[in-house]
Write a protein that binds this ligand. Structure first.
Ligand code: ARG
Ligand code: ZN
Length: 870
């Protein structure tokens, strides 16, 4: 039941206008639609039937063409399709469906989130509302009337501008008009008892826009940060891309029950509360940054996604890859560029690389899918953004901007492909991007194997590069990619040597499988700084000595590579410890790592945020990704040993910096304070690892005296994960008592317990599932408790008994019925079974088979399970 890109055909009909009327009531919702339909002049067949999508759950109450009522003999309904064999060239189709938002636990289409109505239509949720051509290349002008009980649903919203309203007998209605043609996936509706904040905005051409953010009344005080972020994003898009907003109102609504982060519906974004609410007392610095990034991301979609949309869902990265690139650059411009890059690359190398080497591997532009919801992936989003970033690197900022201008100008109001995007870049820059396009169609992470040599007599430095492309389940044959490789060469003092045109960083372009680059007039044997800024999403292999890594850590002018050298060194050291552990030797930490960390810790001239990044050991997840066969215990023990040894040997300087970084004024999530807190909390985490009462007391003092969630949460998780069981229990209890009315904070509380590596985690998780704070129907809670346990708490989840796997399979079978999208995402840890030892492989496969045999599977779960079993 797979769908293939190669089978794409233009729609047989077009829908010029869409008029909707929703009658919301407690037991049911009636949806009346009136569509002006006409045959698509570009369609091949003049006799094509009209095919409408409609989910099985839709009850069809009425269907009429030009006022003539149809009955069952006039159409054919099968699966998700309703087919009308013969229709006029131009006609009006009227339809009424009955739906049940109150029992919609899938959270697709129209559903209730904590008593308010809201929608999620991307990718194919609209077909759960009414029969429609639910495909992104059918764009229509929508007029929507929402009618509901006035007292309980005082706020009625949809896309565009409100144009009429009225009331009668306790019910009221509002009509909204969106003048911009859009596909159904951008439709939105909200009805509830909401309050909002509002701010005026003047666009660069002088248009006045009213910005409004809606939430439940209790959260009204947590919306200012999102508003500031929105205004910053709007200004940035005007300045950097020349794009301005196009409607009179821009609305954001916060909802508690949401499958993903947020949704860019035209003029009416709907957000997971976790991506919009922020206050110092309830939100960590990291979450503040996430809110800023997601608000910007959804705003940027107004151009990269809405004004120019996707032809079909294979093109998803057209809008997502580009928009992630845009939001990353925005965040880099207004915060620390290097820190943002480190965080994005960490996610890519840890999770996207793992996806790319697993059974669900797919190109940035997939060639087929069973369920499109499964393709909202790190590959489409994050690798897709890297592909756009490489275009930016190859073309340079100026030509890239010309390309994006041309893209928006050519395709405004159209539904297009990733190839149209590349064509615009090509046309604007005059560059041939034929080979570059392979990044869109080839899955798998390339490896660059590099070696070099230096000839003092000729002053030539030669760099040999070989690109290797792994096979993936979907493709065996791979062709060489066009890869931008940014690099610099350092002399013995650590200074950059002058390269072509005097630059210190040069971008080499790899196009062959093997290539040698020659650098002339290089006076000394240099240390290469390769792949600066992570200029391409590849694995880099170069035989760096530990001395060279220490040297780069302190000298590289590229901040990203300074950090990366530290990571490489730490990875090697931890891998060494793992080998010692497996051979039954006493563990011995390489002094080079200690010295390097000591130097960075002592250097007060460095940005504390960077120091915190450099001194953070690679995660267990990253170490696992790097392993051929994941040894869960060895990774955990080796990493813990390194952490404790570093703490023991650097206790005095860690304590000194911890104290010196104590907060000064009142909390603000500004760059300076965020940086200080990140390093201070990192110092505390090393100190607490020593399991000494004095350091535990230090953490508890921070917990008690701080005025913000960043410091409190950090202290909480350190105490909760420590071996001091009584203190752990006490702090967790205190935290819950303080915050039990703050849903998002309670979710943090669940997550902290879910990733506690101490033995017995599964028992604790099962107990928490019975806690009043847990709700299987709320995706945020499932993620906080279950995904955190299975995705992060490796030593417990991968317990040799297989109990963790059985637990997860039970949850997936349960969630498959309630919410297929969430169920499918829960599968991720099990899809990695090939990376474990034979015993664990067998246990994980057995659970996958049990899921497969458990009965009616959603397409979402079926696709991932069947592809995982191969
Ligand atoms: N377009 C949204 C975003 O990235 C993601 C929504 C996808 N939702 C889904 N259920 N597949 O901003
Ligand atoms: Zn997006």
């Amino acid at each position: 039941q797979a769908i293939y890109l190669k089978d794409y055909q233009v729609p047989a009909y077009l829908i010029d206008t869409t008029e909707l009327r929703f009658e919301l009531a407690d037991d049911q919702t009636l949806v009346h639609s009136r569509l002006k339909v006409r045959r698509n002049p570009e369609a091949t067949s003049a006799q094509a039937p009209l095919e409408l999508h409609g989910h099985e759950s839709l009850e069809l109450c009425r269907l009429a063409i030009d006022g003539r009522e149809l009955d069952a003999a006039d159409y054919h309904r099968e699966g998700e399709l309703l087919t009308l064999a013969r229709v006029p060239e131009r006609f009006e189709l009227s339809c009424t469906t009955r739906i049940h938002p109150q029992t919609n636990t899938a959270l697709e289409g129209l559903y209730l989130s904590g008593g308010m109505y809201c929608t999620q239509c991307e990718a194919e949720g609209f077909r759960r509302i009414t029969f429609y051509m639910d495909r992104p290349d059918v764009m229509s002008v929508f007029t929507t009337t929402v009618e509901a009980d006035q007292a309980r649903f005082p706020v009625l919203l949809s896309n565009g501008n409100p144009v009429a309203s009225g009331e009668k007998e306790g019910r009221h209605w509002v009509t909204w008009e969106d003048p911009f043609p859009k596909p159904a996936y951008l439709f939105a509706l909200v009805a509830g008892d909401l309050q909002h904040i509002e701010r005026p905005y003047k666009t660069m051409s002088g248009r006045d826009v009213s910005l409004r953010i809606f939430a439940e009344p209790k959260d009204l005080d947590k919306l200012d940060h999102a508003m500031d972020s929105l205004i910053n994003a709007m200004r940035w898009d005007e300045e950097v891309y020349g794009r301005e907003y196009d409607l009179d109102i821009y609305m954001i609504v916060a909802v508690d029950f949401f499958n993903m982060g947020a949704m860019e519906n035209k003029g009416l974004n709907i957000f997971n509360t976790s991506c919009v609410l922020a206050s110092p007392q309830t939100t960590t610095d990291a979450a503040y940054l996430r809110v800023e990034g997601v608000v910007a991301h959804e705003y940027f979609h107004n151009w990269s996604g809405n004004r120019v949309t996707c032809r079909d869902w294979f093109q998803l990265s057209l809008k997502e890859g580009f928009t992630v690139f845009r939001d990353a650059e925005f965040s880099a411009d207004i915060n620390s560029r290097t820190v943002k890059r480190i965080e994005d690359v960490t996610l890519l190398r840890t999770a996207q690389f793992a996806e790319d080497s697993g059974p669900m591997a797919h190109p940035v532009r997939p060639a087929s899918y069973i369920e499109i919801s499964n393709f909202y992936t790190l590959t489409v989003y994050e690798k897709g953004a890297e592909v756009v970033r490489m275009l930016h690197t190859l073309l340079g900022a100026e030509l890239f901007r010309r390309g994006s201008d041309l893209y928006f100008e050519r395709h405004d109001g159209q539904a297009v492909t990733t190839d149209d995007f590349v064509c615009a870049m090509e046309a604007a820059s005059g560059r041939d991007l034929t080979q570059f396009r392979r990044w869109y169609s080839q899955a798998g992470t390339p490896t660059l194997r590099m070696a070099d040599d230096y000839d003092a007599a000729t002053q030539q430095y030669r760099l040999h590069v070989e690109q290797q492309l792994p096979q993936t389940p979907d493709q065996v044959e791979k062709l060489p990619l066009h890869i931008p490789l940014a690099l610099g060469l350092l002399d013995a003092s650590g200074a950059d040597l002058a390269l072509a045109e005097g630059a210190t960083t040069q971008v080499l372009e790899l196009t062959e499988q093997r290539q040698t680059f020659v650098f002339e007039q290089i006076p000394v044997h240099p240390v290469p700084s390769l792949l600066r800024g992570f200029s391409a999403p590849v694995r880099l292999q170069y035989p760096y000595s530990r001395d060279a890594l220490v040297f780069l850590m302190s000298h590289d002018s590229d901040g990203f590579n300074r950090w990366d050298a530290g990571q490489r060194l730490a990875v090697e050291v931890i891998q060494g410890l793992m080998a010692q552990y497996r051979q039954g030797e006493a563990l011995q930490l390489d002094g080079a790592l200690v010295d390097a960390y000591a130097a960075v810790l002592d250097d007060e001239s460095l940005d504390p945020a960077m120091v915190a990044k450099v001194l953070s050991l690679p995660s267990e997840a990253y170490l696992s990704e790097l392993a051929d066969c994941i040894d869960v215990e060895a990774i955990h023990l080796a990493r813990q040993f390194a952490r404790t040894e570093l703490a023991r040997l650097l206790e005095a300087p860690l304590q000194r910096r911890y104290e010196a970084l104590a907060p000064t004024g009142v909390y603000a999530p500004d760059a300076d304070q965020v940086a200080r807190r990140s390093l201070r909390n990192l110092c505390l985490s090393y100190l607490v690892a020593l399991e000494a009462p004095a350091h535990l007391a230090r953490a508890r003092a921070q917990y008690d005296s701080c005025d913000n969630m960043t410091e409190r949460q950090a202290a909480l998780s350190l105490i909760a994960h420590s071996g001091f069981e009584t203190d752990a229990a006490a702090v967790l209890e205190d935290f819950y008592q303080r915050y039990q009315s703050e849903t998002l904070v309670v979710n943090q509380w669940l997550a902290v317990q879910a990733c506690d590596p101490k033995p017995g985690a599964l028992t604790r998780i099962k107990a928490l599932m019975q806690h009043a704070a847990f709700d299987l129907r709320n995706p945020n809670k499932v993620r906080s408790l279950i995904s955190t346990f299975c995705g992060i708490n490796a030593v417990n989840f991968h317990d040799g008994s297989g109990a963790g796997y059985a637990f997860l399979a039970d949850r997936i079978i349960e969630m498959n019925r309630l919410n297929p999208q969430v169920a499918s995402r829960l599968l991720t840890p099990l899809t990695r079974w090939r990376k474990y030892d034979a015993a664990r492989q067998a246990l994980m496969q057995a659970q996958l088979r049990r899921i497969l045999d458990s009965g009616e599977l959603s397409r979402d779960v079926y696709e991932v399970v069947s592809k995982s079993l191969g």
